[in-house]
Design a binder for this molecule. Structure first.
Ligand code: FES
Ligand code: FES
Length: 161
C-alpha cells in the first residue's frame, strides 16, 4: 500500500502524517487525528455534513484525498471558537434553535462562517445559496437562516484563511 508524508495546518496547529493514497481528508481527520466534529453523513459528496474550510473554501472533506492536502490549511468546527469564545455563528445557531439532532450542524457552521467571511451582510438568498450543499433533516432551515442573519449583525471574528 503506497503511503505519503504530508504536512498541513489544522485549526492553527501544524500536523505531520503518513497517509495511504486512498485515505480521504474526512477519514484522516476522524480516524487519524480524532477530530470528530466533522461528520460522515453520506461519504459521497451529497450532504455537506463533512464540510471543512480547505484553504478558506468550504469543501466536502469526504471528496478530497488526504494526500491532496499537503501544505494546506484546514479549519474544522473545532477551530471556529477563538480564545475560549464561541464564534458568533455558534452562539446564534443555539439561540435561534437551529440545532436539533445536530448532525448537520458542524458543516452548516463552517459554510455559514465562510459566507460571513466573504459577505458580512448576506441577504436571505445569499444565505440559502451558501447553504445549498448542507442538508438538514430536522429543522426546516428557517431557524438556521435566522441564525446566520443574527450572526451577521454581531461583530465577526477575524476572517480565517
Ligand atoms: S459526508 Fe461528505 S458530503 Fe456527505
Ligand atoms: S439538526 Fe438534524 S440534520 Fe440538521
Amino acid at each position: 500500500m503506497a503511503t505519503h508524508d504530508i504536512t498541513l495546518t489544522i485549526n492553527g496547529l501544524q500536523e505531520r502524517l503518513t497517509v495511504p493514497s486512498h485515505m480521504t481528508l474526512l477519514q484522516m481527520l476522524r480516524s487519524e487525528l480524532a477530530i470528530t466534529g466533522t461528520k460522515n453523513g453520506c461519504a459521497a459528496g451529497e450532504c455537506g455534513a463533512c464540510t471543512v474550510l480547505l484553504n478558506g473554501e468550504p469543501t466536502n472533506s469526504c471528496m478530497v484525498l488526504a494526500v491532496e492536502c499537503d501544505q494546506a490549511e484546514i479549519t474544522t468546527v473545532e477551530g471556529l471558537a477563538q480564545d475560549g469564545q464561541l464564534d458568533p455563528i455558534q452562539d446564534a445557531i443555539m439561540e435561534a434553535g437551529g440545532v436539533q439532532c445536530g448532525f448537520c450542524t458542524p458543516g452548516i457552521l463552517i459554510s455559514a462562517r465562510a459566507l460571513l467571511d466573504r459577505n458580512p451582510s448576506p441577504t436571505e438568498a445569499d444565505i440559502r445559496q451558501a447553504l445549498l450543499g448542507n442538508l438538514c433533516r430536522c429543522t426546516g432551515y428557517f431557524r438556521i437562516i435566522e441564525a446566520v442573519q443574527q450572526a451577521a449583525q454581531r461583530s465577526p471574528i477575524a476572517a480565517r484563511s
